[in-house]
Structures are given as C-alpha cells and as structure tokens.
Write a protein that binds this ligand. Structure first.
Ligand code: SF4
Length: 291
C-alpha cells in the first residue's frame, strides 16, 4: 500500500505566504459573502442575510450571488421586514416564481417563517447554535441550528425543504458545507467574515468543505479520505488546528478561491505551479522538481 501523502513541516509558513499574497478584493467580490456584507452593521439583518445566502450556496458563485441579489431585490433591500416579519400572503407574493437550481419559492418562504418564529421566542440563530455547542461541541451546535431551521413538524415543511439543512448527527455522509460556511461567516472577525456572533469562539469552527477546498486539502495531505464526509471535515480541521489552533478555518477562503479562481489548475502545469507557494506540499509534485 502506498504511504499516505503528508505535507512538509513548512506547511504553516507556506499557507501564511499564500494568505499574505492572496488577492482578497478580487475573490471577495466574486463570493456570495459580498452580498451578505452589505448587512453587517445590523446583527439580525446580517444573520438573516447569511442564512438565506448560505442556503442558496449551490452551484457556481455567479449564480449564487445572482440568486441572493434577486431575493434582496424582491424584499426591497429589507429581508427582515419584508420576508421574515411579513405576513404569509405577503411573503408568497414577493417570492412568487423565485427559483435557484432546485430551491423554490415555497422553501424560501418556509425558511422566512422559521426565522420569524425563532426571533419571536427571543432567540436567534446564534443562541440556538451556541446552546448545542455547549452541550456537545460543533456538531451538536449545527444539529441545534438545523433543528430550528427545519421546524418542529416534518409534515408542515415543503417537499425537499428539510434536506437543505443537514446535521452531522444525522450520519457522517454529509459535509454540511453550507451550514459550516454560514457559521464561519457569523463567527470569524477577520474579513471577509462578519464576526456577528460573539459567543462562539473561532477555535471551535469546522472547515466548510466544498469541492475546491476538498481538492486542495487532499492534495496538500490534510486528509487521505476520498469522500467529502463529516469525518473528512473533522480530519481536515484537525490538520488545520495544528497550523492555527485559535483560528483553524483561517485559510478556508484562500484555499477555496485558489480553486474557484483557476489560480490552481488542478493538474501539473509548470508555468502556474512553478511559483505556487504550496507546491512543496502538493501531492502532484511529490518527488518532482519544478526546474
Ligand atoms: S502546485 Fe499546482 S496543482 Fe499543486 S496546489 Fe499549487 S497550483 Fe495547484
């Protein structure tokens, strides 16, 4: 059996160099978080915008940004007043015909209803997540968040709604990428994240493992798993905790957008890979020299 690929001992320095040189302005403008950041001055509006945008985070970044912008347009720029706190009939009117991939208007209306009910109890999505976190760690926090968003009665939810909010406690198959992404946006204080939630430490975060982040994590030796499961999330996060225990997902945005932007061709290309700062750690260059 071939030995597992491991990054070099210099990986932390290489990741720091990647981060320091990264063109954040270019990639933030391309990322769905750019739409959420316009609400960051109001914690409730930011939380609401974040969960809608994260729920829509299926497909490429252009289509996700477009779907979220369409949602904001339909709410006249105020998702809290005109969707979350609106009467059911008004929600339906504003959302009629909305669609992004397989996500439909009735599912968005039901999400708005779930949010309204959570805020009506005096709670927030932060209080729901933090309560779960205190009891059983990050996975339990996500489970508590999923429970609030799914609602109390499966029979009430529109078809296909509940699967939009997976929990790691359902089983290890899902990486729960959109849920972990939402929590990262809310918790980390360093841009591009919003730092809205103050009761959840960044050290507790888990990596939002999309296809780009997984590809590079695997090729840097942060995991040897061949599927994007919750176990892979935990393994990649554990490897990144060795790099930065207080902020293990610090490099998530950079690793993800290295793939999205095409900065990494995902194959050996001397012209691109030659100056790549993580090339010494990259599985594709194991035992090879760029010269
Ligand atoms: S060396 Fe090339 S393939 Fe490997 S991570 Fe860097 S750019 Fe991507």
């Amino acid at each position: 059996m071939a030995a597992a690929h491991r990054p070099t001992p210099e990986l932390p320095e290489h990741l720091r160099a990647l981060y320091d040189r990264f063109p954040f302005d270019r990639s933030v403008a391309d990322d769905p978080i750019s739409g959420v950041r316009q609400f960051r001055s109001d914690p409730k509006a930011a939380e609401v915008a974040g969960i809608f945008a994260a729920t829509l985070a299926i497909g490429n970044t252009t289509s996700i940004r477009g779907a979220f912008a369409e949602l904001v347009r339909r709410a006249d720029g105020d998702l809290v007043t005109n969707l979350v706190d609106a009467a059911p009939r008004e929600r339906r009117r504003r959302l009629e015909g909305f669609r992004h991939r397989w996500i439909r208007a009735d599912q968005m209306a039901y999400l708005a209803c779930r949010l309204h009910e959570q805020y009506a109890t005096g709670g927030t999505l932060e209080t729901a997540f933090a309560a779960g976190l205190r009891v059983g760690g990050f996975a339990a926090g996500l489970d508590a968040l999923a429970t609030v968003l799914r609602g109390p009665d499966p029979a009430d939810a529109p078809p296909g709604y509940r699967v939009l909010f997976p929990s790691p406690l359902d089983g290890p198959e899902s990486a729960c990428k959109r849920m972990t992404l939402f929590v990262r946006w809310m918790v980390r204080t360093e841009p591009p994240d919003l730092g809205i939630w103050t009761t959840v430490p960044a050290s507790e975060l888990r990596i939002p493992l999309d296809q780009h982040t997984y590809w590079i994590a695997y090729h840097l030796g942060l995991t040897s798993r061949r599927t994007r499961s919750w176990r892979t999330v935990e393994e990649v996060t554990a490897a990144l905790q060795l790099v930065d225990a207080l902020d293990p997902v610090k490099y998530d945005f950079v690793l993800c957008h290295t793939g999205i932007s095409g900065d990494c061709p995902k194959h050996r290309d001397l012209a691109v890979c030659g100056p790549c700062v993580v090339r010494p750690d990259c599985r594709l260059w194991r035992g090879r020299r760029a010269a």
